[in-house]
Design a protein around this ligand. Structure first.
Ligand SMILES: Nc1ncnc2c1ncn2[C@@H]1O[C@H](COP(=O)(O)OP(=O)(O)OP(=O)(O)O)[C@@H](O)[C@H]1O
Length: 908
């Protein structure tokens, strides 16, 4: 038994032989007694089996033959060799210390055992995860067993040791102490059960002391964390989903000693339904995607190993909740570790609460339900690319963003290159369509500007309130319905979806509408059968022109919210009659598909996308336009004339046909499948319905600020851009700059449900400032920001790799990369494509997924201004008040327990 093979004597720390308990009668009696009385059925069932293969029938059957083992300890492995007198029967096991959670040496009267808690990776039905195995060996004496236990624990706790070290318990640091916060209702309500079966046993095996607190209500953990004495704890562990982690982080940031408090290592043991952070930790450790208990075991193992990494936090500023004195309410700040979501993702998150019993499958079901009734939302997304911060912090001026002057150049790598390098994702024919629509917008906006000035004279302000927007759009909808009922010519379109109306109109009534753009009067006389909304629009204009009824004024104000900003340039496009004729058949087919309500969305989309959009553009060179408008960051531009040549050049980067497509304000007919009794966002009524697709290829307006047009390399050198006074190089000579930014006037409803019980504790004064962001109610700087405005299906800002344990949504993200990973999907995407996108996300290969509607960028800060009056916004999966929101990343603010797979920073 004293012989063992020599395994790397250079790293040799301990070598000793152990015997199995069957070696002698005395030992056997002792071991049997101890196991039967204390351990066999409770603490060490595995050991019992290991030592006594015939445990269940002890006393009745003969004991198995004795085995001797030789164990050798090195810095990285325990080599275990079974010694056998019969040649060829020796078995060797190499047990990596990195797969060990801990070891123990049970006290007397137990025999002198060395027990190893080993979690090797094992194959599961879905992926690979850790499995528990216990190895126990009987030492010749208790001091020998204790020496071994101390040696292994020293290595696990990274105590420096050599081959000459005299191992004893005194070398060991004190056991780690963890505060476990358990939400018993998280996920499917299994958190406490899993604590007993998986978590606490493993934590004990790792020789970690713990205190477990069950949360009793929402925000209980937050209050607790604000008040406890933190130095007592080596870490705070959340046994729940991401929501409780959000509470804890914000509780820490609300402490007066937030700077030290936020450095407390945080761990997560996934018992929720989303478990995004746990999924990210699991991925970072190099494990395959897994859910439920396997994921829990992996994370618990990593927690016990105890490697800690820095974690970025994102400071979020959101609109204040309404108070009695709404003027006194200041924007709120909170800290986020995971995500900000608006649109599809937040809708699914909140709406799928009702399927909570399904666990993580609730998101799959929620996704399918939401895809079936796809919504889009109007909004404006601005972000600051990381390159800007990197270079400006060096003191060197940021490089000019090159303008992609060729449409096809931008189209090539649309999905792969950063947005600010891309000017358009549209093909040539669509570019023409864009320019034509730009012309229409310009005309329309000029008319509205005139009306606004008239109204401004009376009211003195151009502020638009979202509450009136909602009412006005309802009124507008009613008016449109009435108009349609009156119009017999519109009967052809009744029953068809709104989007099909839009498409038909956009393709079939081009000549008429172009004529209408040239001459507003002509519009009024045109009674184009297909153009229901034009009739209705004209009605509105009549009313407004004649003094403006309340309804008409409301409609107008509703329009202002979405449209009052943006430089709008374009050129008139005309259509060749032959082209229209050639597209008639396919259009007819499409309408049939949509009207019948029977075709799959992808089929409808395909039909639409295959339509030729072949319009020949004609330039009105020499024409100059007066303009007075704001850019997408609410920077007011001076009224100046410029030639259409300039306009044409800039239209590639700035104009916003997307924002103002011809379908924006027309009648929306609910199709048969829509539930009319249920309130729906207005954007849904406008842009999508369950059987219709949003308009084809609604390109966004990309507005790097300043626009990086060669003719306008900087806002200050521009001949036609003058920033607003509150920007660094502003001038005060614009008569209109006093007009407040409309998009910040949201009517926030009284918080209800999930939001009702949120305590709004103010953060300490010295929490880090968002130095890249102006206050929420002020315009963004003119430089370095990119703005996209239009209709979005979703906007998702993620700073971890996973959005859910099985949703690898930001593969490039790292815990401390100092970046926000923005994904946005614009209206126009088909349901089938969206579904494919989510499927691709599961594997994390959606970045190679090519769709002109889907964009991925990284940034340091962003601002999101929803322009649709209703919607949901979530931060870390938790509902926040709907309204403008801005965020900035603060690199490496917190610390996260991730195990020791990656680059180790410190130990828990
Ligand atoms: N005892 C409790 N009773 C009710 N709500 C609680 C309690 N403890 C915590 N909460 C709240 O429950 C919400 C949801 O918890 P959490 O996010 O941890 O679980 P989950 O929603 O199942 O998981 P995930 O966010 O991963 O989907 C959190 O906002 C938290 O504030």
């Amino acid at each position: 038994a004293q012989t063992c093979c020599c395994l790397g004597s250079r790293h040799f720390l301990l070598r000793l032989s152990f015997r199995s308990p069957e070696e002698g009668d005395r030992m056997r009696a002792l071991a049997n007694c101890w196991f039967v009385c204390v351990t066999a059925r409770t603490i060490f069932p595995h050991i019992w089996k290991e030592l006594r293969p015939g445990a269940e029938t002890f006393g009745r059957e003969p004991l198995s033959p004795a085995s001797n083992y030789a164990l050798t300890l090195t810095h990285t492995y325990i080599h275990i060799q079974r010694l056998s007198s019969r040649p060829g029967k020796e078995a060797r096991l190499l047990l990596p210390l990195s797969e060990l959670v801990g070891c123990s040496c049970p006290r007397a009267p137990a025999p002198p055992l060395l027990v190893l808690y080993w979690y090797p990776p094992g194959k599961r039905r879905k992926g690979v995860s850790r499995r528990r195995q216990v190895k126990a060996y009987l030492a010749e004496s208790r001091p020998e067993a204790e020496r071994w236990s101390a040696a292994i624990q020293c290595l696990l706790r990274e105590v420096p040791v050599t081959a000459n070290t005299e191992f004893s318990r005194s070398l060991l640091p004190r056991p780690r102490r963890l505060l476990l916060l358990v939400n018993p209702f998280s996920g499917r309500g299994q958190a406490m059960q899993w604590c007993q079966t998986h978590i606490l046993p493993m934590i004990k095996e790792a020789n970690i002391s713990y205190n477990l607190i069950q949360t009793e209500r929402r925000n209980h953990a937050r209050e607790l964390i604000r008040d406890i004495s933190l130095p007592e704890w080596d870490g705070i562990v959340i046994v729940s989903g991401d929501g409780l982690m959000h509470e804890v982080i914000n509780g820490l940031m609300e402490r007066p000693d937030w700077e030290q408090a936020i450095k407390t290592p945080l761990g997560i043991l996934p018992c929720g339904s989303g478990n995004a952070l746990a999924g990210s930790i699991n991925h970072y450790a190099g494990y395959d995607m897994c859910l439920r208990e396997p994921l829990l075991l992996n994370c618990c193992f990593l927690l016990c190993r105890g490697g800690v990494r820095p974690l970025d936090l994102v400071s979020i500023t959101i609109s204040p909740l309404p108070s009695k004195n709404s003027h006194a309410a200041a924007p709120r700040r909170l800290f986020s570790f995971l995500s900000v979501a608006w649109g599809f993702v937040s809708d699914v998150d909140i709406e799928s609460e009702r399927y909570r019993g399904l666990g993580s499958a609730r998101f799959t079901l929620g996704t399918l339900v939401r895809i079936a009734s796809l919504r889009s939302y109007k909004g404006r997304l601005s972000y600051m690319p990381p390159s800007v911060v990197a270079t400006s912090s060096n003191g060197t001026p940021p490089p000019r963003r090159p303008l992609s002057r060729s449409i096809t150049e931008g189209l090539d790598g649309f999905c792969k290159t950063p947005i600010h390098r891309t000017c358009s994702d549209m093909g040539i024919s669509e570019q023409r369509s864009l320019l034509r629509r730009g012309e229409m917008e310009r005309e329309e906006r000029q008319r509205e500007r005139t009306r606004r000035r008239q109204r401004g004279r009376g009211k003195g302000t151009g502020v638009v309130r979202a509450s009136s927007l909602a009412e006005d759009r309802e009124k507008e909808g009613q008016m449109e319905m009435e108009a349609e009922e009156k119009s017999g010519n519109c009967s052809e379109m009744s029953g068809a979806s709104s989007a099909s109306n839009e498409r038909d109109e956009s393709n079939m009534g081009r000549d008429e509408r172009l004529a209408g753009i040239r001459d507003e009067r002509e519009d009024e006389e045109t009674s184009e059968p297909d153009s229901c909304e034009m009739l209705e629009d004209d009605d509105e204009r009549d009313e407004e022109g004649s003094g403006g009824s309340l309804e008409a004024d409301g409609v107008l104000r509703a329009r202002e919210l979405g449209e009052s900003y943006g430089v709008d340039m374009g050129r008139e496009a005309q259509e060749e009659p032959g082209d229209e004729l050639s597209s008639q058949d396919s259009l007819q087919n499409t309408r049939e598909l949509v009207r019948k309500n029977s075709a799959p969305s992808s089929q409808i989309a395909d039909t639409l996308l295959s339509q030729p959009l072949s319009q020949e553009s004609s330039t009105d060179s020499g024409i100059s336009y007066g303009m007075e408008d704001m850019d997408l960051n609410e920077t007011l531009f001076q009224k100046q004339s410029y030639s259409l040549d300039v306009a044409r050049e800039r239209s590639l980067t700035i104009s916003s046909p997307f924002r103002h497509n011809p379908f924006s304000y027309k009648q929306k007919v609910l199709d048969q499948n829509q539930n009319t009794s249920r309130p729906r966002p207005h954007s849904l009524l406008q842009h999508s319905s369950s059987n219709s697709l949003p308009p084809k290829m609604t390109p966004p307006s990309f507005s790097p600020t300043p626009p990086s047009s060669p003719s306008c390399s900087s806002p200050h050198s521009s001949s036609y851009l003058t920033p607003r006074p509150n920007t660094p190089n502003s001038t005060l000579n614009s008569p209109s700059f006093q007009m407040p930014s409309s998009s910040f006037n949201f009517d926030l409803n009284e918080p209800a449900g999930l939001l009702r019980n949120r305590p709004f504790v103010s953060l300490p004064f010295d929490v880090p400032r968002d130095d890249l962001l102006p206050p929420l109610d002020q315009p963004l700087p003119t430089r370095d920001w990119v703005t996209i405005e239009g209709d979005f299906v979703l906007v998702l800002a993620l700073y971890q790799t996973h959005l859910g344990a099985d949703l690898h949504a930001a593969p490039q993200a790292r815990f401390d990369d100092g970046l926000i990973h923005l994904t946005f999907v614009r209206a126009g995407i088909s349901r089938a494509t969206l579904l494919r996108l989510f499927f691709a996300m599961e594997k994390g290969n959606h970045h190679s997924f090519s769709s002109p509607y889907v964009s991925h960028v990284t940034c340091k800060a962003f601002r999101l201004q929803p322009l649709s009056p209703r919607g949901t916004l979530t931060v870390d999966g938790e509902l926040v008040p709907y309204g403008p929101l801005q965020a900035q990343v603060h690199p490496s603010m917190a610390r996260l327990v991730v195990g020791d797979t990656g680059v180790k920073i410190t130990r828990l």
